[in-house]
Design a protein around this ligand. Structure first.
Ligand SMILES: [Zn+2]
Length: 259
């Protein structure tokens, strides 16, 4: 399985996942033009994608969807409430609906969508499996429920959001209090410390990579996020885990792993 983070952050989120003959996108939060540019770079024809999977309807995860779907019939996999919300904002797509919690197959990939607490219609995280490899996507959640931990435990690689450093967010002067409250709430985003605790809870000797994503540009830094997760993993002896930052300038990222 090859995981390529095309973008991660509040200005856009998209992941390219390739397994044997199957290529999919997880979220499409860049313009269709930029998505097509990325696909070209990786030698992938947009129409050959087996699907675009959506975690939830927020713009930073769906920005390119309307235009992308106007020019292709690639199936869009999402749950009914997320699809309804996107239909209301004028998106027409080749919808393939799944139920949160119910596994399904796309080509060579086994997909397990599971509910996460976040302020969207019916947000999900995913675990993908192919042969002996597994990869989980866990961005945009206020906290990890027991069910989330159970679903993700034992994976080989994990993309998790380290959204903010809590002290930097508290001291930030640009964000009004209601915005800070939303981010910090149980339906908001994970701090570095909260993400580190989740990583520790799902880590097994099989965990090889942790990709840190959805990082705030002015309330976090790669060094702080990496340090939080590294030190927490080291306490439990998970020194085998490689930590990569998937957030770059302007939400552009090129982190890529093979598992
Ligand atoms: Zn969101």
């Amino acid at each position: 399985m090859r995981v390529t983070i095309l973008a991660s952050g509040s200005s856009g989120n998209a992941v390219l996942l390739q397994a044997a003959e199957t290529s999919i996108l997880i979220d499409i939060g860049l313009t269709a033009k930029r998505i097509n540019g990325h696909l070209n770079t990786h030698g992938i024809e947009a129409n050959s994608l087996a699907g675009v999977l959506l975690t939830h309807e927020h713009g930073d995860h769906t920005r390119g969807l309307r235009v992308f779907c106007a020019n292709s019939s690639v199936p869009v996999f999402t749950n009914p409430l997320t699809a309804d919300s996107l239909k209301r904002s004028g998106v027409a797509a080749n919808w393939n609906l799944f139920a949160s919690g119910a596994e399904f197959q796309i080509g060579d990939l086994r997909v397990h969508p599971f509910s996460v607490p976040h302020d969207a219609a019916d947000p999900v995280g995913f675990v993908f499996r192919h042969a002996e490899s597994s990869f989980a996507v866990l961005t945009d959640l206020g906290y990890a429920t027991k069910q989330v931990v159970n679903c993700v435990q034992g994976v080989n690689a994990l993309l998790i959001e380290t959204n903010h450093d809590e002290a930097m967010l508290q001291n930030d002067t640009k964000r009004p209090w209601p915005v800070k409250q939303r981010i910090l709430s149980r339906h908001g985003h994970l701090s570095n410390a909260a993400a580190a605790e989740i990583v520790a809870n799902v880590a097994t000797p099989q965990l090889r990579y942790v990709l840190l994503g959805h990082m705030s540009e002015d309330c976090n830094s790669s060094a702080l996020a990496t340090q939080s997760v590294r030190s927490r993993l080291d306490v439990d002896g998970h020194t085998q885990v490689e930590i990569l930052c998937a957030s770059g300038e302007g939400g552009c990222a090129t982190a890529s792993i093979t598992i």
